[in-house]
Design a protein around this ligand. Structure first.
Ligand code: PAZ
Length: 337
């Protein structure tokens, strides 16, 4: 990118320096960096052709106090990210799963936040000696357990949690840089719902904000700054050259979705924007591509109880960009058009 000022640095680089110097790095960053380096090194040494997807998932928080009692949250249960991670694993990728702490995780998502308590999946054996999975759940649980154990034992899945928007930004930057040796085998799948606004550290209250002042209740007026648009930095500076970068765009107004997704692709110059609407996100998404394409992918009405990731169609795209993987795709769960 061309420099925007006489010092030879772009406005995006300047925003990056200011943001990362004036907001504190997460305490777990150094440990996460070590884990990510080891993970990538392991795959480079043991499966040099394997692709690695960084899947981001869940919503970021914006703390109102440094010793945080209250925070603003971004909508996302982590369903898209956790489901997509499973599909990437199934398609032969290793996955770094950067997720909001306590949001849905690949595999355990089938049980952890279900409408049943996880204890409802179990019962005592007839002799009362053991706790066992209820008969009607055994087949599915065996399948999920096997997939989970395979991912775990083959070191295919690295789980890294974040909570705040600032933690997310530090983690994303570090992971992208650590992924550079992967070159075109790196894929970024940014499904997390990241806050557009935050309170910079130097304006954040240290202690719990009090609701009364001088004996009277008070109004709370919050002044938020925009979070710099770091997708530009990710695309042009942090991520490995030749990697595939996919972002998501969530809207609530159907009339805005496609235009906003197209705008994002034009602005950040990455590979793909997947648009979705809050109310229909589980059944349909739209792929906006650099060639001006707008492709809707829908789960047929009869299959709508199944979680939908959109990865089925995306993996086909990644293959066209990077060359085929040695396995077949199961594209049978979605329709296009
Ligand atoms: O996690 P979830 O399945 O409840 O929701 C997924 C989603 C809507 C957060 C995701 O598909 C998405 O659009 N993420 C980007 C949000 C944004 O525009 O910032």
């Amino acid at each position: 990118m061309a420099p925007d000022n006489p010092n030879g640095i772009t406005a995006h680089e300047e925003a990056e320096t200011t943001y990362f110097q004036s907001n504190p790095a997460p305490k777990s960053l150094a440990n996460h960096e070590t884990l990510a380096r080891e993970f990538i090194q392991y795959h480079l040494e043991n499966a040099p052709n394997r692709r690695i997807a960084l899947v981001t998932s869940g919503g970021t928080t914006v703390p109102l106090e440094n010793q945080t009692v209250r925070f603003i949250d971004n909508f996302s249960a982590g369903t898209r990210g956790a489901t997509s991670a499973e599909y990437f694993l199934q398609e032969g990728y290793a996955v770094i799963f950067l997720h909001r702490q306590f949001s849905l995780l690949p595999y355990s998502r089938h049980y952890s936040h279900s409408t049943n308590c996880f204890l409802d999946f179990m019962e005592e054996s007839e002799d009362g000696e053991r706790v066992v999975v209820r008969k009607e759940y055994q087949e599915k649980m065996r399948r999920v357990l096997r997939q989970y154990q395979h991912a775990k034992h083959s070191r295919l899945l690295l789980l890294l949690p974040f909570t705040t928007v600032t933690e997310y930004m530090f983690e994303l930057r570090s992971l992208a840089v650590i992924m550079r040796p992967l070159g075109s085998r790196a894929l970024f799948y940014l499904a997390a719902a990241v806050s557009d606004f935050f309170i910079p550290r130097n304006r954040m209250e240290e202690h719990k904000i009090q609701s009364r002042e001088g004996g009277n209740s008070r109004q709370l007026v919050i002044n938020l700054d925009p979070v710099p648009k770091f997708l530009t930095n990710l695309v042009h500076s942090w991520a490995p050259k030749g990697s595939m970068i996919v972002s998501f765009k969530l809207e609530t107004d159907p009339d805005l979705l496609v235009a906003k997704a197209e705008q994002a692709l034009e602005r950040y110059q990455h590979d793909l924007v997947i648009g979705n609407l809050l109310t229909t996100r589980k059944w349909e998404v739209v792929f906006i591509t650099r060639d001006g394409g707008e492709r809707w992918i829908r789960v047929p009405k009869t299959r709508r109880s199944k979680s939908f990731s959109g990865v089925e169609a995306l993996v086909g795209k990644a293959e066209r960009k990077h060359g085929p993987e040695p396995h077949d795709l199961d594209g049978g769960t979605v329709t296009e058009g």
